[in-house]
Design a protein around this ligand. Structure first.
Ligand code: 5AD
Ligand code: FES
Length: 348
């Protein structure tokens, strides 16, 4: 089938098979990408209108026992200056965020053994008690099912765990041998089964990524039906094995945002910080290509620069939640409006 025909099929709501997805990825042209972006924008307006949901991101620890090869806060990255926020600091971030209009808090961190299952539970309970009208999202990596269950019972609503790549061999080239592809997948299925709204996702342009691994990603997303999909360009991080690799592109990221919007119309799609880092208008362009979520940083300014997953990460000025007014203006210029809402997914 020709690329244009596959694109039309996707636009008409017929999920293409893996071979067709591969063809679409491999043979896309700027015209096809443009057609997909406008169809994705239309679809997103049908489902979510012009609303953009905001999530207050709290990067509460950059200590991590893992050693993902791409990550600027991996265990062996000596230059990362480590920090942990206290429970009190985290709660004041939430209080400030609530005042600003945030109704979702995302607690993101490395896999930090200091934050035991019990500590995370009590944190979730404290946030839910202080802000019962808010959703709490955890993003703290791989854990046993029992631990996820404990956190769900503590009141956590959502969980972000990017699958990173749905191709086992590719996964093994991005991670140390101690991390298993099967465990990543087990985590995602457990989280869904426990009733979390689940976010998966991948970087675009990561080392060793190919059209074939990307077709696996899309087929996985199509079948797993996550509530959210986080996608941003890979950006090399200093002092990592991939420090000298090329970054992913704006064009490729926007293409995948549009395709995922069309594959799963009700999905929540963030225009990520990484997208804003590679292009000054990246997040606005992401919204116009089908994204509907922004995740401004609520972490205390003093630690923001230390959560350096990659180089030159946007972390000051307009990225900050305190500058919500600037963000509102940017979103308005792209043709959308920020709302104060939990912003639950429309995926059943
Ligand atoms: N470039 C872009 N994204 C990155 N992440 C980690 N390291 C990088 C990098 N160098 C992404 C991963 C992870 C998420 C929190 O950030 O996909 O899941
Ligand atoms: Fe753990 Fe990146 S390797 S957060």
């Amino acid at each position: 089938m020709r690329t244009e025909e596959i694109a039309e099929k996707l636009i008409n709501g017929e999920a293409p098979g893996k071979a067709e997805l591969l063809e679409l990825i491999r043979a896309r042209t700027p015209e096809v990408s443009k057609r997909l972006a406008s169809a994705a924008d239309k679809k997103r307006r049908e489902v979510y209108g012009d609303r953009v949901y905001i999530r207050g991101l709290i990067e509460f620890t950059n200590c991590c026992k893992n050693d993902c090869l791409y990550c600027g806060i991996r265990r062996s990255c000596r230059s990362a200056e480590r920090y942990r926020l206290t429970e009190g600091e985290i709660l004041s971030c939430c209080a400030e965020g609530h005042r600003l209009g945030f109704r979702t808090f995302v607690l993101q961190g490395g896999e930090d053994p200091y934050f035991t299952p019990e500590r995370v539970s009590s944190l979730v309970r404290a946030i839910k008690a202080a802000h019962p009208d808010c959703a709490v999202t955890l993003s703290v990596g791989e854990h046993p099912r029992e631990v996820y269950k404990l956190w769900r019972e503590a009141g956590a609503d959502r969980y972000l765990l990017r699958h990173e790549t749905a191709d086992k061999a590719h996964y093994e080239r991005l991670h140390p041998a101690s991390m298993r592809f099967e465990n990543r997948m087990r985590c995602l299925y457990d989280l869904k089964d426990l009733g979390f709204q689940v976010g998966c996702g991948m970087m675009l342009g990561s080392p060793f990524q190919t059209p074939a691994t990307l077709a696996e990603d899309l087929a996985f997303i199509r079948d797993f039906r996550p509530h959210m999909v986080g996608m941003g360009p890979f950006i090399p991080a200093r002092d990592t094995p991939f420090a000298g690799e090329r970054a992913g592109t704006l064009e490729e990221t926007l293409f995948f945002i549009s395709v995922v919007r069309l594959l799963l119309p009700g999905v929540l799609l963030p225009a990520t910080t990484a997208l804003g880092t590679i292009d000054p208008q990246g997040r606005e362009k992401g919204l116009q290509a089908g994204a509907n979520v922004l995740m401004p940083n609520l972490s205390p300014t003093a630690v923001r620069e230390k959560y350096a997953l990659y180089d030159n990460k946007l972390c000051t000025g307009e990225e900050s939640a305190q500058c919500l007014a600037c963000l509102e203006a940017r979103v308005a210029s792209a043709g959308f409006k920020i709302v104060t809402d939990r912003g639950d997914s429309k995926i059943q």
